[in-house]
Design a protein around this ligand. Structure first.
Ligand SMILES: Cc1ncc(COP(=O)(O)O)c(C=O)c1O
Length: 385
């Protein structure tokens, strides 16, 4: 029986599994920061274990953590929420996005999704029976989602608009002007907004991130997710949240209770330390990403590879159309021949077979080595053409 070619999220897991087999692999694919979780956060988790904080928590999470989240979204995003009724702690951003989609979309409802986008939105939408309506964005516009295109995509089945800013994988940031326009359209057409702020602390140059829920008329129609995964280098701790208006959050809480109950109590204690403790490690990591982004962009420029300028996030979405090959095949060759893991654009969108997503979540020396190896792989591919 011939092996079926993996696609989407399954293709990514297949590549990750192969990468594990190589001792000298350089991982520029998966969004796992290389930094250790800051020590005071680890200490808080140890303390929770030693002091027998082992009981179930409420499905919505510990009140002290919800208060810390409410304080954080006020301080960073200018979103006002009541920790008692408008915050639900989740098992990472992944569960948060699933809960948001399930809370808002009924079978047959349409969600407008600027593409390319984080692949599991399509997965969760499929489980909810919702319909994805794509709005395309382009590298030459640095993957800007044009509000006029969003308006044109609206039908009488439209229920929600997904705004991931900074975006994964395209690394675009929705400008404040465009964000206000997007909200205006949502208000006029009575759409819900699902806002994914997971990369909000990583914005480059003079670009600016604005949360739609912070704008007048925004909060009542917006569910906003975030997580500790990226900002605190805590991907495996599985801690995130959804915030939004109390009526919708009651539904999110109900779903959370039914699906998994409260998040790990140990991780929740760690989360309180992360949000209320010193933030210097977050700034140190953000500064490192700024330097690494420059390094990767300079290397791509030297190779003559085009990309949309990463305005935020932790990725570069690079155009490899010059190879004439499907990005899945290019990613496979780079991995098998050079032991460098980069993600194929086709895993994020069927229309992005010409792109590779590269992360800059490795130390600079590793990134330089990874880019050198990639250059060799590209040269070999081109020599065969
Ligand atoms: C845009 C976006 N949203 C949500 C998630 C899921 O976050 P987590 O790793 O906390 O589950 C990710 C993970 O990469 C992401 O890129």
């Amino acid at each position: 029986m011939s092996k079926k070619k993996a696609e989407g999220t399954n293709l990514l897991y297949q590549l990750i599994s192969e990468a594990r087999a190589y001792d000298d692999v350089i991982v520029m694919g998966r969004g796992d920061p290389d930094f250790d979780t800051p020590a005071h956060i680890v200490a808080a988790a140890k303390n929770a274990m030693v002091n027998h904080h082992s009981d179930y928590t409420p499905p919505e999470g510990l009140l002290a953590l919800r208060e810390a989240i409410a304080e954080r979204v006020k301080r960073v995003n200018n979103i006002n929420v009541d920790p008692a009724t408008e915050v639900v702690v989740t098992n990472g951003g992944q569960e948060a996005l699933f809960l948001m989609v399930l809370a808002v979309l009924a079978p047959g409802d349409e969600m407008i999704v600027p593409e390319p986008n984080y692949n599991t939105y399509a997965d969760s939408l499929a489980f909810a029976g919702g319909v994805k309506v794509e709005v395309q964005t382009y590298a030459e516009d640095d993957f800007r989602a044009d509000p006029a295109d969003v308006r044109a995509a609206i039908s009488d089945r439209s229920r929600a608009l997904l705004l991931v800013s900074p975006n994964n994988p395209a690394a675009s940031v929705i400008s404040p002007g465009d964000m206000k326009e997007m909200l205006g359209i949502a208000i006029e057409k009575d759409l819900m907004i699902l806002a994914d702020d997971i990369y909000d602390l990583f914005v480059y140059d003079d670009f600016e991130h604005l949360s739609p829920a912070s704008l007048p008329g925004g909060k009542e129609r917006t569910l906003t997710l975030n997580a500790l995964s990226k900002a605190y280098s805590m991907t495996g701790w599985r801690l995130g949240w959804v915030v939004g208006p109390a009526d919708l959050m009651a539904r999110v809480r109900e779903l959370k209770a039914a699906i998994s109950g409260g998040a790990s109590v140990i991780s929740q204690h760690a989360g309180i330390a992360a949000l209320t403790g010193p933030q210097d490690a977050v700034e140190m990591m953000a500064e490192a990403y700024r330097r690494r982004r420059r390094l990767v962009l300079d290397a791509l420029d030297a190779m003559g590879i085009k990309y949309g300028l990463p305005q935020g996030g932790q990725f570069v979405f690079a155009d490899i159309s010059f190879t004439g090959m499907d990005s899945g095949d290019v990613a496979q060759r780079i991995l098998t021949e050079q032991h460098v893991l980069a993600y194929p654009g086709s895993a994020f969108s069927k229309d992005r077979k010409d792109y590779l997503r590269m992360t800059f979540l490795q130390p600079e020396a590793q990134l330089i080595e990874g880019l050198e190896r990639m250059k060799v792989a590209m040269r070999d591919i081109m020599a065969e053409r």
